[in-house]
Design a protein around this ligand. Structure first.
Ligand code: SF4
Length: 609
């Protein structure tokens, strides 16, 4: 017998198998202080580990931390969804999957089949930033009742491995291990976003969230197909609530066609019912090329008629993975939607937001992007397009500065009193001053800005206070971060900075404003700002956060072929998670390895929208 015969895939020799078994047993003993093993969803205390004579056939299912998952061979796949946030969980699952095949485990003298694990010390794992307990729950349901023709899920090639239907037990555990003070929670698996009201326990889950964070605005995105009168009444009992309704069209037959919805009329009827119940709501409209812009306008008017807090127009996006028929000529279509929004702004006062915001607002300064109806800002006479030049005597240059100063401070929140800001505002050639006061009590009804029963929310809608909406802006400090990163590489002369088509102008404006001042000035450095092609996603995707590692590698190598080789590459880090993986699981360190050029990831630099 040759040595290769001895080690065929089907049967390793008995000695080698025993050796692997002993190794597995040894490592398993080391891992058990960190995890509890499960059998049939229950924790089992292991009091014996033996090396198997023959490899086991069991393929252990694994559960989300703390959940009593059903025994299933799909369990391990579920765990893979934690890769970007907490790869150590995937490693543990991998280890168990292989090791348990070499070992036999006993509990109270009896053999047990292990099908999952849970983390032993959950307080230790409360370390992941989450703005609110609902985010710490993850997806409430990860499939949808509709099938929109331009649904983002049809254009994705990433595997949303976790098909989640949140259980009440899991929600309770996640609420228990969420620090409302520090805003930290347990790791959340990456799951496909779906329709939350398909979860039969949605109301129990929302009640758990409400009890965990009394007074906090619960904002829930839904296609509203299940928002019947009864459901809306139940939601009213959980105020403050803000429902983001993906309405897309207020025309029943058209909505049914573009969303392939069986409950198109329920969602349309939900709008007046939300108003009647005093629940704040936002209406969102995606306008695929098959929907006439007149229908977009009609839907926006419908939302305005029932006092939506905001009308949100989402500029439709498609990738190369979408069916070919949904593709369209991007700039004319987006231009038509923006033109429609401009006309509607003359007609009614409900703020109209267009996303991505940088497509239509390319101004870094503190120009107001919207004023909420019945808000302190509206009462003070502020209008869309006004420019804030001073807040409480402080000169304002950017939107980001204005947002920071308008946000209620922790001290103000602790006092629970009246919030005030004095603003100097520019409108055309005129400069005037206004005083904003927000001192509304729980019972005051300023629908839709602050409906009765909403009190002082700990988190008003999207963090905006006084009723002023400012889209997320470019921060001048970003330029300081760029300088600090370059200073770490004293020899670097040719520096390549990645941005996106939408953010390029904003970056240029910021550089013009402060680029010459000593703390931002880049001495003896030749900064080359570039746009990486979205090769992986293709279509009309422009958002930098969706770039993948290979896009950057290709772009740097392409520049090199053309004769430009940088000494240093700067990339905003928002395209990777905490562990440095992109959406496809590629590590950013590959960029440096494949191109040979040092890479610095820039934290908190918004040049990627
Ligand atoms: S409602 Fe949203 S998640 Fe559901 S199919 Fe439409 S776009 Fe996709």
């Amino acid at each position: 017998m040759t040595s290769s015969d001895k080690h065929t895939a089907k049967g390793l020799s008995a000695e080698i198998r025993q050796g692997i078994g002993h190794l597995a047993k040894h490592i398993l003993e080391k891992v058990l202080p960190v995890i509890d093993l499960e059998s049939g969803g229950e924790v089992v205390r292991i009091d014996g580990i033996f090396v198997r004579r023959e490899p086991g056939t069991q393929r252990p299912g694994t559960a989300a931390p703390s959940s009593k998952a059903k025994v299933s061979t799909e369990g391990y796949d579920k765990l893979a969804s934690y890769k970007s946030q907490e790869p150590r969980l995937v490693m543990l699952g991998n280890f168990l999957q292989h090791m348990i095949q070499c070992t036999e485990l006993q509990s109270e003298g009896k053999k047990v089949e292990i099908d999952g694990f849970r983390l032993k010390n959950l307080p230790f794992w409360v370390r992941y930033p989450q703005p609110r307990v609902l985010d710490n729950f993850g997806e409430i349901c990860s499939w949808c009742s509709c099938s929109c023709e331009i649904c983002f899920l049809k254009g994705t090639a990433t595997e949303y491995t976790k098909k989640a239907m949140l259980s009440v037990v899991e929600a309770r555990t996640r609420a228990k291990y969420f620090s409302t003070e520090k805003k930290l929670g347990l790791p959340v698996g990456h799951a496909q976003p779906g329709e939350p009201f398909l979860n039969p326990r949605i109301m129990d889950i929302l009640r758990i969230a409400r009890n965990a964070e009394p007074g906090l605005l619960l904002d829930i995105t839904t296609n509203a197909d299940f928002l019947t009168e009864k459901v809306i009444q139940e939601l009213a009992g959980l105020k403050p609530v803000c429902i983001v309704v993906s309405i897309n069209s207020a025309n029943g037959p058209l909505r049914r066609k573009i969303m392939r919805s069986d409950h198109a009329e329920v969602a349309i009827k939900a709008i007046p019912l939300l108003r009647e119940a005093g629940i704040q709501f936002v209406g969102s409209i995606v306008g695929p090329a098959s929907v006439p812009v007149e229908d977009i306008a009609e839907t926006a008017r419908y939302l305005d008629r029932y006092s939506a807090l905001q009308v949100r127009l989402l500029l439709p996006g498609f990738t190369r993975f979408h069916p070919k028929e949904v593709a369209f000529d991007t700039l004319p279509r987006w231009g038509d939607i923006v033109k429609t929004a401009q006309q509607l702004r003359q007609e009614f006062s409900t703020p109209i937001m267009i996303q991505p915001g940088f497509f239509w607002n390319q101004d870094i300064s503190a120009v107001l992007d919207g004023i909420y109806r019945n808000s302190p800002a509206e009462r003070a006479g502020l209008k869309f397009g006004d420019r804030i030049v001073e807040i409480d005597g402080q000169i304002i240059i950017t939107k980001a500065e204005a947002s920071d100063l308008l946000r209620v401070t922790p001290e103000e929140r602790a006092q629970r009193g009246c919030f005030r800001r004095s603003l100097k505002v520019e409108r055309g050639d005129e400069i005037f001053e206004v005083e904003l006061r927000d001192d509304s009590a729980v019972e005051d009804d300023f629908y839709p800005y602050k409906p009765a029963g909403y009190g002082l929310c700990d988190r008003s809608f999207r963090g905006q206070y006084f009723g002023i909406h400012l889209i997320d802006g470019f921060r001048l400090e970003s330029l300081k971060t760029i300088k600090e990163s370059i200073d770490k590489h004293p020899g670097a002369r040719k520096v390549l900075l990645f941005t996106t088509p939408l953010a390029k102008n904003l970056f240029a404006q910021a550089a013009m404003i402060v680029g010459r001042s000593p703390e931002f000035k880049l001495d003896s450095v030749e900064l080359h700002v570039t746009l990486a092609e979205q090769r992986f996603w293709g279509g009309n995707i422009m958002i930098g956060d969706l770039h993948v590692v290979q896009d950057y590698i290709d772009h740097i190598l392409m520049l090199e072929k053309g004769g430009y080789r940088p000494d240093l590459v700067l990339i905003p880090r928002s395209f990777v998670g905490e562990w440095g993986f992109d959406v496809l699981g590629g590590s950013y360190s590959e960029i440096e390895r494949k191109t040979g050029v040092p890479v610095e990831l820039l934290t908190n630099v918004r040049v990627m929208m």
